[in-house]
Design a protein around this ligand. Structure first.
Ligand SMILES: O[C@H]1[C@H](O)[C@@H](O)[C@H](O)[C@@H](O)[C@H]1O
Length: 642
């Protein structure tokens, strides 16, 4: 801390309380000089007319508000937003390409007669993202953030073109792999880049916009899936449009000034930094970044692979554990299972029509998107730590409700009352089950039944048609168009239940709680907790962990459900989430409002002692540039401060 403090030579660091105390004292003195004195503290800001009049005429409250407005205006030139939005197109592509696969698969498995192995290969080709996210660290370090983003958008464009033109499964797989490589690079680079160009008071919000774009991409993909189901075409090629826009946009956008300073390109870095900060002087920020880089080099050295240096230097080792842990718990709390299987959960709630289920799945994606927007708003208000903790606590409760919905449904699971004769040569496993619940958990079987008012009658368990899970392989449910006219129902992967509303409630609550915190915060926090020399590598590792656990959790869901039942699987996720809560409580420090260069010191203490230093939260520090015009006011009122 003392090391960092010395960087701000021109700055006076005071607690807001003492500053406000001083202001109030002066305000109480009746002579006009007090108002003038007060204003002189702020008069260094370039256009301080409004402040002066507020200070002289209105009270301290008006003065504070005017100052806050003034400085917030000063610190956010539109250019930073443009840069953030162009970068976040990478998030949109990440969301679109991961989201579009489920709908596309429904069509493709018929058109190209894909067997289970090929379907799994195509879905899990995002594993390419894990590989490229890990490799993206070196790429970012050597060639810079801008080059990495350009490469990612080129890969997205090429991959989408291959997917759009693909007429066989091999070409599809190649296209998916290329897109997967793009997703991995974008997912680790974009948050880092946005964090590095943002002013501290907006950093959380701007990085969180990237996750907003991810969930926006997922929502858009679900709408495309719905629309394209009428056209019998898949919408994979569409991703090429934003990819091309991003590519051309980034040809004109600048490199991260922090990376440039690290590479010794100081003149260019200065120019870009001042472009990003509008009318602000950048000396302090520039010096602070530069000093920091030099000190880090002295302290940690520059020999050996970055990951080894990170692991042997306690603050970065701790940051890495926190970053990777957050990404792991994000995935272990089951977000992608919820997203991929939301249509099934909705079908359990009585939605019979496939197409309606696809449309309702876009309502799920929309909920995820809208509540991520709440996260964008909350991140600079309540801070990362409280937001993540509150979000995961709510997610845990929602998972328990979801699991209870499945427990109740299992208890009233319809009995199998009709035993059709298995045609010779066919597997008889399905017909040996006694309850729908057992039948539903076997991926080879489905439940065929009639309804008498609200009671299930004449029910049987029969093998599913391998080519289309909408029909049975033989028997009454063999022909989709025919059985629908005869009032016979087919349930694959679910059972009719009167408790479906509990699962539905759990699903909605899950998204409402997960989306503002656990969705975006792992990305946001990772973009800020590593010092510059370790930032690319730290983000590469944590993004890699995110992708590895993403693939693990989504691919194992059906098997987990087979062994543990649906409610077992959701209780398991709730258990992981509960462990995640302890981890966040103990280990995640608050980074809100801090300069990137200050954050390393938050990891100076032994890991998992954050919970004990909570009393520090709520004390806000204000930097005042005595000469010059940089000025930070915390978002919080003086009354928040002890
Ligand atoms: O932060 C994102 C977001 O929450 C997405 O909805 C999810 O699919 C991703 O896996 C996650 O990393």
């Amino acid at each position: 801390m003392s090391r960092k403090a010395s960087e701000n030579v021109e700055y006076t660091l005071r607690s807001l309380s003492s500053l406000m105390g001083e202001r109030r004292r002066k305000q109480q003195e009746p002579d006009a000089a007090s108002a003038a004195g007060e204003c002189s503290l702020l008069a260094a800001a370039e256009s301080s007319t409004s402040l002066q009049s507020a200070g002289a005429g209105g009270g301290v409250g008006d003065l504070e508000r005017a100052a806050r407005r003034q400085f917030q205006q000063d610190e956010t030139p539109a250019f930073v937003y443009v840069v953030a939005v162009f970068s976040a197109l990478g998030g949109f592509l990440f969301g679109y390409d991961t989201g579009v696969v489920s709908g596309a698969m429904l069509l493709l498995k018929r058109q190209l007669s894909l067997d289970a192995l090929w379907q799994e290969l195509l879905v899990s080709s995002t594993v390419g993202a894990a590989v490229s996210a890990l490799a993206g660290g070196a790429l970012n370090g050597v060639f810079g953030r801008r080059a990495a983003i350009l490469l990612a958008s080129a890969l997205f464009t090429a991959g989408s073109a291959v997917l759009a033109a693909a007429s066989n499964k091999e070409t599809l797989l190649a296209g998916r792999l290329v897109v997967g490589l793009g997703i991995g690079i974008a997912s680790m680079t974009v948050p880092v880049y946005i964090a590095e160009v943002s002013p501290p008071n907006l950093r959380g919000r701007l990085v969180t916009i990237n996750t907003l774009f991810i969930t926006g991409g997922q929502f858009f993909a679900s709408v495309v899936d719905g629309a394209f189901s009428y056209l019998q075409k898949d919408g994979w090629g569409l991703a090429a449009i934003p990819a091309v826009i991003q590519f051309f946009g980034f040809l004109f956008l600048p490199e991260s000034p922090r990376w440039l300073i690290q590479k010794g390109q100081t003149q260019k870095a200065r120019r870009i930094l001042s472009q990003m900060r509008g009318n602000q002087t950048i000396d302090e920020e520039y010096d602070s970044i530069k000093n920091n880089i030099e000190e880090e080099e002295k302290e940690v050295g520059s020999a050996g692979p970055v990951i080894c240096r990170m692991l042997s230097y306690p603050p970065t080792r701790r940051a890495l554990i926190v970053g990777c842990g957050l990404q792991m718990f994000q995935q272990l709390s089951g977000i992608n299972t919820i997203m991929y299987y939301s249509a099934t959960i909705l079908q359990m709630s009585g939605v019979e029509d496939d197409r309606l289920a696809i449309w309702l799945a876009s309502v799920t994606a929309f909920t995820n998107f809208i509540f991520t927007l709440a996260g964008v708003w909350l991140v600079e208000k309540v801070g990362r730590r409280k937001l993540t903790f509150g979000s995961l606590a709510g997610t845990t409760v929602a998972l328990i409700i979801l699991a209870l919905g499945f427990v109740l449904s299992a208890q009233v699971s319809p009995r199998i009352t009709f035993q059709p004769i298995t045609p010779s040569g066919q597997n008889a496993t399905c017909t040996s089950y006694s309850y729908c619940n057992e039948c539903m958990l076997d991926p080879d079987c489905g439940f065929c039944y009639k309804m008498n008012k609200s009671t299930v009658i004449d029910s049987s368990c029969v093998p599913v048609n391998k080519a289309s899970t909408n029909e049975a392989a033989w028997g009454r449910c063999e022909n989709e168009t025919k059985f629908k006219t005869e009032d016979i129902f087919w349930a694959y992967n679910f059972c009719p239940t009167p408790y479906s509303w509990t699962a539905l409630l759990g699903l909605i609550l899950y998204l409402v709680f997960f989306a503002p915190g656990m969705g975006p915060m792992p990305w946001t926090v990772n973009s800020e907790i590593y010092p510059l020399w370790a930032r690319s590598t730290g983000n590469a590792c944590s993004s890699g962990i995110n992708w590895i656990f993403n693939v693990l959790v989504s691919l194992t869901f059906l098997h987990t459900a087979e062994y543990l039942t649906y409610y077992g699987a959701f209780f398991l996720y709730a258990g992981f989430a509960a462990v995640g809560l302890l981890f966040i409580y103990g280990c995640l420090p608050e980074t809100k409002g801090k300069k990137l260069e200050e954050i390393e010191s938050l990891f100076d203490n032994r890991l998992c002692t954050c919970g004990t230093s909570d009393s520090d939260e709520g004390r806000y520090i204000e930097y005042i540039r005595v000469k010059g015009s940089n000025y930070h006011l915390s978002d919080n009122d003086a009354s928040d401060v002890e």
